[in-house]
Design a protein around this ligand. Structure first.
Ligand code: UTP
Length: 298
């Protein structure tokens, strides 16, 4: 993977999002807002920060909001332009930099994350690519704070080491059954070479408490491996199973990213992310703080 950069990033957004029903009946959970921006905007910003110029959204046929969100909004833009609301116009037009293009691919049935990633094969081809699960919001301040987002940190390691890289985080032992769990040998402060990966093990058999979270940098080879991956845990085609196969062919590193992860796939995580952003928002931070204090005192 050396002498190259990460150009393509896949966003699987075709899950059923059952934990947010009924909101997710017609809207992908990745369109749920954290303050004034949908989760997918944070994910796209992170991919752009990593240098990506081709964003591939794997969607299902019921959910068009993501395509509409990144498309031009002619009527709204012309109204804002006519009324001189330049700041709002810049916000509406700024969802995507001009040099970045979006490609939409349909996942005909929600057969699992691995299957969703495989749907992107015709667009990605044979090159290394990123995968970002937008419901895992990883916040490091990004370019605005002069700090690299998680995907940029990972792609730098992937190209330098010519390896696949998955983001990991320590989770409480009792939660191993919710994640892919790795057994890995440390090679630097943040990176470890994976020996073994197990999908959703019970705490008593989990090889560690180091869990794979929603960021991956993978070689194009993963597609051939996914093509022969049989349904695994939960009857779904698991990305983790194909990564396990990849381990036999090339190094895959577990990377402890710098940044804070909010699991916005569940209600509490979304609330925490919203509070975090509110407490860091110049306009509403102090009112939010005062409100929280008033709740503590009541
Ligand atoms: P989740 O495991 O969180 O499933 O998917 P989900 O369906 O989105 O949500 P719940 O559990 O029912 O509430 C992890 C990621 O993989 C995508 C999801 O959109 C999410 O980003 N995914 C999952 C797909 O794109 N297709 C699938 O078949 C499964």
């Amino acid at each position: 993977m050396s002498n190259a950069r990460l150009r393509k990033v896949v966003f699987p957004v075709a899950g059923l999002g059952t934990r947010f029903l009924p909101a997710t009946k017609v809207v992908a959970k990745e369109m749920l807002p954290v303050l004034d921006r949908p989760l997918i905007q944070y994910a796209v910003d992170e991919a752009v920060d990593a240098g990506a110029d081709t964003l591939i959204f794997v969607t299902n046929r019921y959910k068009h909001a993501i395509a509409d969100y990144f498309d031009k909004a002619y009527e709204l833009e012309s109204k804002l332009a006519k009324s001189g609301k330049d700041e709002l116009l810049a916000l509406v037009q700024g969802t995507l930099p001009r040099n970045v293009r979006c490609v939409f691919v349909t996942q005909p049935e929600a057969l699992g994350l691995g299957h969703a990633v495989l749907c992107a094969k015709p667009v990605v081809g044979d090159e290394p690519f990123g995968v970002v699960l937008a419901d895992d919001l990883i916040w490091n301040g990004h370019s605005a704070a002069g700090r690299p987002g998680a995907l940029r940190q990972m792609s730098e390691v992937a190209f330098r080491e010519d390896a696949g890289v998955v983001a990991v985080e320590e989770v409480p032992r009792e939660d191993t059954g919710k994640y892919g769990i790795v057994d890995a040998e440390s090679i630097s402060e943040r990176a470890a070479r994976i020996r073994l990966v197990v999908e959703k093990p019970k705490p008593e058999v989990a090889p560690s408490n180091l869990a794979i979270v929603g960021r991956y940098v993978l070689p194009g080879r993963i597609f051939s491996l996914l093509e022969r991956t049989k349904p695994g845990a939960g009857g779904e085609i698991q990305l983790t199973d194909a990564i396990e196969d990849l381990l036999h062919e090339k190094p895959v590193l577990a990377y402890r990213f710098e940044g804070t992860r909010f699991d916005c796939g569940n209600k509490l995580g979304l609330v925490k992310a919203t509070l975090h952003m509110a407490l860091n928002d110049a306009q509403i931070a102090s009112d939010t703080r005062a409100y929280l204090d008033s709740m503590n005192n009541s």
